[in-house]
Design a protein around this ligand. Structure first.
Ligand SMILES: [Zn+2]
Length: 435
């Protein structure tokens, strides 16, 4: 079988993929910060990593894949306090929404879906290891990472640190910072804020230490693959490297894969421009999950994806064509006089290909209706089951045969109202499918 090649952000090259242990892949994906609903830009990255994981599985690898939920940060603490809720109560709704959204987009559940707040102890231990090796310094109850102690800082993002003041401290772990500076590993609580009582003092973890500690707990000190959005390469992933390699002295990740940004109609997505969409915004407009998954996967992951409603419509049509094609192969009758045996064999081979294709792309299987109903969109009626549809189709056929076209038409309309489309083929056979 052809070798697998992956583009590695660390080397800037396309490299042959060789995992540490033959037949096994240990992979980490930075998950969402659950302070709100994730948007379609986030899901572009999650669909990309899902296609990667499905592809690796199809090629026979055993996967251990970890995705985290960041359920503690400045915004979560502030929003939870404002809502008078605990952190877990506040984030639970958005964590659940994320799980539901992933299911709806056919994003497979990783082997470990984990929360930052369940791993405070591991983070504290990792900070202690860094303390022992003098990678840290304290300041007003917080603990900072000393970047000057890690000469390889910048090797992933190729960031130029010239002119940046070493030792400058920033009491902020959100990643929209403009320059590389020492960053907080542990943050002292402000008055009234939630904190953990730990061996390194009261406080809470910085964002970057979460991923280092959790990735190494489940995957070992060296990972095969780490994925994320390109906006995470600096400083988040750079800081993950500095923390992990500072503590262990070993390479943290062998292959870094980053997905590019998503634009909406050519512009950066923002709430103020009115072009900011969550999955649910699009489902409410009547778009299907399969169309969205197909649109998000329509451009290679290292290229910017310009998301447009035209493109979404085209993706919906492509999915429909694929499904109709698969359906015809399954149910099709071949005209008399043709090489029926040969045609059937070809149909079987093409169907096998479509099944393999769908193991990775997951759009051919027609389950949009039930997914949307599970989220509360679309018709709440579950529609007739297969046996009832078959019975009604048979009744309609009988009516047509006896030239009772009024009855035949009434049954067709009734089925249409209940979400079933009937197609009469030229050879007299009848196919039906759910809308
Ligand atoms: Zn991360």
């Amino acid at each position: 079988m052809a070798e697998i090649q992956l583009h590695n952000t660390l080397t800037g090259k396309i490299e042959k993929f060789v995992p540490q242990r033959a037949g096994e892949v240990r992979m980490y994906t930075c998950g969402p910060t659950v302070y709100d609903y994730a948007h379609i830009g986030n899901y572009r990255t999650f669909v990309f990593q899902d296609i990667l994981r499905r592809f690796l599985k199809l090629r026979g690898f055993k996967l251990t894949h970890v995705m985290n939920l960041t359920d503690v940060d400045d915004r979560i603490i502030a929003n939870a306090a404002a809502a008078g809720k605990s952190i877990r109560e506040y984030t639970e709704k958005f964590a659940q929404a994320f799980f539901d959204d992933c299911k709806t987009l056919s994003i497979e559940t990783p082997e470990h879906w984990i929360r930052a707040t369940d791993h405070i102890e591991e983070m504290v231990k990792l900070i202690q290891r860094l303390q022992e090796k003098s990678f840290t310094y304290p300041g007003e109850g917080s603990i900072y990472y000393r970047i000057a102690k890690f000469p390889n800082y910048g090797k992933l993002s190729k960031i130029d640190l010239t002119g940046i003041q070493p030792g400058a401290r920033v009491d902020n772990d959100r990643y929209e910072k403009e320059s590389a500076r020492d960053f907080a590993l542990w943050k002292a609580p402000k008055p009234g804020e939630h904190f953990w009582e730990t061996a390194i003092g009261r406080g809470r973890p910085g964002w970057h230490i979460e991923c280092s500690a959790m990735a190494m707990k489940y995957l070992g000190e060296t990972l095969d693959i780490h994925t994320g959005g390109i906006d995470l390469a600096f400083p988040h992933h750079e800081n993950e490297i500095a923390q992990s390699e500072g503590a262990t002295g070993k390479p943290f990740v062998r292959y870094w894969l980053h997905a590019e940004h998503l634009l909406v109609e050519g512009e950066k997505m923002s709430k103020s421009l009115g072009n900011f969409f969550t999955l649910r915004d699009l489902f409410a407009k009547g778009y299907k999950p399969s169309a969205l998954r197909s649109a998000l996967a329509s451009v290679p992951y290292r290229k910017q994806l310009n998301f447009t409603f035209d493109g979404l419509q085209q993706a919906a049509s492509s999915v429909e064509r694929l499904r109709n094609f698969a359906d015809r192969l399954k149910r099709g009758k071949f005209p008399a006089g043709k090489q029926e045996g040969m045609a059937a064999r070809i149909a079987k081979a093409v169907l096998e290909f479509l099944v393999a294709f769908d193991k990775v792309f997951a759009v051919v299987e027609d389950n949009d209706g039930e997914k949307l109903r599970a989220l509360g969109y679309g018709s709440t009626e579950n529609g007739p089951d297969d046996a009832e549809v078959d019975r009604l189709v048979a009744e309609r056929n009988a009516a047509k045969k006896s030239r009772d076209f009024a009855t035949a038409d009434r049954i067709r309309k009734e089925l249409a109202n209940r979400g079933i489309m009937i197609e009469d083929a030229k050879d007299g056979s009848v196919r039906w499918k759910r809308k």
